[in-house]
Write a protein that binds this ligand. Sequence first.
Ligand SMILES: Nc1ncnc2c1ncn2[C@@H]1O[C@H](COP(=O)(O)OP(=O)(O)O)[C@@H](O)[C@H]1O
Ligand SMILES: [Mg+2]
Length: 295
Amino acid sequence: MTQFTDALTSASKTGAFPDAQEKPFLSGAAEPRNPQTLPPALEVKGVSKSFTRRRRTTPVLDGVNLTVGRGEFVSLVGPSGCGKSTLFHIIGGLTLPDKGSICMNGKEVTGQRGEISYMPQQPALFPWRTIEDNVLLAGEIRGLPRAGARETARRWLQRIGLGGFEQAYPHMLSGGMQQRAAFLRALLAPQELMLLDEPFSALDALTRGEMQRWLLELWEENRRSVLFITHSIEEALLLSSRIYVFSGRPGSVLHTVDVPFPRPRRDEITDDPEFLRLRRRLTDWMREEQAKSRK
Ligand SMILES: Nc1ncnc2c1ncn2[C@@H]1O[C@H](COP(=O)(O)OP(=O)(O)O)[C@@H](O)[C@H]1O
Ligand SMILES: [Mg+2]
């Protein structure tokens, strides 16, 4: 929570987003006029990180390279403890890498906060703020005019099925509804790159399926650059254009998979023979890695 607010606060301090009055959607970046000439939204270059505790050093990330193009949905899957969340903290500038760098839109931003919009594993809504005020938080910290922002938040809450809950407090909502509100807050934040860390992992299977369809639809309509951590291979295949498969700790990219299904995607693709083939292959890789990390 603190880290999240820190990241937002520093965005306002640096004035990194002067024109970001209302930019929930990728303005023009979804179908870039010259996609070849636009630098990627994110480049992670040779990032390594170790943690030292009680004089014991544990390497957590080892030479990670990955890219998220503008308006691309990219997933990262890997065994638990392989450094995925640590990588997100490094991208968000909350943790410094030992080696390597982070570039966004062609500019080096290693260690800089406030460049991303971040949705953590648990819906980090402030319990003392209403749903609407939680959603407004990102814009508020940056000193945007309140009236317009409130109007936008209300429109969106309606659209994501939370109309009527504007004045409710987080504890009055189900887990799925809280995650939708947290996701909307990330979506309405002005930063172009969204990092989503296992956003659906705490939800039951049915709600999770609904949330995936909901996210897919929303994203296909308003393409943002997304890096998404998930444990679910099916979820990664359904949502992403590309999947990076991580090794066990220390995490590094073992495989890169391009997901060929055209968009808009619908549930039926899960019956496609190519989908089943990719799912099998990814499952085998994940099993191998999990078995290795248990040894
Ligand atoms: N601040 C920290 N200090 C020491 N060890 C840490 C710290 N943050 C993460 N780790 C360790 O790094 C490893 C990877 O953690 P994490 O990035 O959360 O993995 P994942 O998200 O892939 O499950 C774990 O062994 C964890 O204990
Ligand atoms: Mg994690």
